[in-house]
Design a protein. Structure first.
Ligand SMILES: O=C(O)CCC(=O)C(=O)O
Ligand SMILES: [Fe+2]
Length: 334
């Protein structure tokens, strides 16, 4: 039943019809849940089609995102990302160097060498005490921005809950096992813009990427990409394989905290964004993507899931609070 969305060098990312989990009969639900879990256990990535978020919503959100990035740089900078605790606002190209490095001085060296060619804008849970979102002034094309993004945030939040239900069913847990861990919606909606790049840039600096290799931090990430391409996922043999866009799908990958929660039975796989494969142009057009980073509720304590260990000694990690974990990881990145 399962088709491959991406296949190469020992990496198989399945393409899964999510409507069969949401609306199918019991057998379809179970089979789909198992396929989802298997995708996370083997590739760490899956592609979902037929999700409840409509194509119209999606293109509307991408449009609003493009309008935001058109604002003058000084306006964008007035909404600058400030702290890992807040994790909201605008990051100019080169500001964030997502990487596997945990030492800030190393991060600084890499950033100076070849800054990522991207800018981003983060929106957190609306109403989180002490951490207001940076909503732009709504005039001209930006009228309705807050409503558009808040609505999309909520739809992604619901999709997170549903994907976690599939994981629970796949693992043989109660379908609602994770519900109480993900109901707050301590998630981050990140709008991403990779500006047009002259292909010379990639030639002159062979190490140049649009977003450096990294894994994500939380439970899962819902990734919506446009048709440009450039996303690559690392295979078990260490090669980067193109995760080519498939229209209407959402790429979902497991994050480090879910890997830890699952006692490493689920993989958080390294990925990056590079020059798109259509290399025969002088200028690569801009690329837009939207990543919705999901987390267990910040207040929740995360320790090895039932069924992922037989004895206490098999637990690979100490428990940790979800919020502390994220702040630790973000602190090393910015
Ligand atoms: O833009 C993309 O396709 C990937 C972005 C990403 O991996 C991230 O922001 O963590
Ligand atoms: Fe990522």
């Amino acid at each position: 039943m399962e088709k491959a969305a991406v296949q190469g060098d020992g990496l198989l990312i399945p393409l899964i019809d999510f409507s069969k989990f949401l609306n199918g009969d019991e057998t379809q639900k179970l089979e789909t849940a198992k396929a989802i879990l298997k995708g996370f256990q083997t590739a760490g990535f899956i592609y979902l089609k037929n999700i409840p978020i409509t194509t119209e919503t999606r293109s509307h959100v991408f449009n609003s995102s493009a309008r935001l990035f058109e604002l003058p740089i000084n306006t964008k900078l007035s909404h600058a990302w400030t702290t890992p605790q807040a994790n909201r606002g605008y990051s100019a190209p080169g500001r964030e160097k997502v990487s596997l490095l945990t030492d800030s001085s190393e991060v600084e060296k890499v950033r100076t060498a070849a800054p990522d060619i991207k800018e981003s804008f983060e929106i957190g849970r609306e109403g989180e005490p002490g951490h207001p979102n940076h909503w732009p002034v709504e005039e001209g094309e930006l009228v309705g921005f807050k409503a558009t993004m808040s609505d999309f945030f909520d739809q992604c939040k619901a999709l997170h809950v549903d994907v976690m239900r599939a994981i629970a069913v796949g693992m043989g847990l109660e379908p609602g096992f994770f519900d109480g861990f993900v109901d707050v919606g301590d998630n981050t909606l990140r709008l991403l813009h990779y500006p047009a790049v002259n292909r010379e840039v990639f030639k002159i600096n062979p190490g140049q990427v649009r977003a450096g290799e990294h894994s994500d931090y939380g439970s899962i990430t819902l990734l919506f990409q446009d048709s440009r391409g450039g996303l690559q996922v690392k295979s078990p043999n260490g090669q980067f394989i193109d995760a080519t866009p498939i229209e209407g799908t959402c790429v979902v990958n497991a994050g480090d905290l879910l890997a830890r929660w699952s006692n490493d039975t689920i993989k958080s796989t390294i990925h990056r964004v590079v020059e798109p494969p259509q290399g025969d142009v002088d200028v690569h057009p801009p690329r837009y993507s939207i990543a919705y980073f999901c987390n267990p509720n910040f207040k929740d304590y995360i320790e090895a899931l039932p069924g992922t260990y037989a004895t206490e000694a098999e637990k690979k990690y100490d428990g940790i609070s979800s919020g502390d974990y994220l702040v630790q990881r973000l602190t090393a990145t910015y």
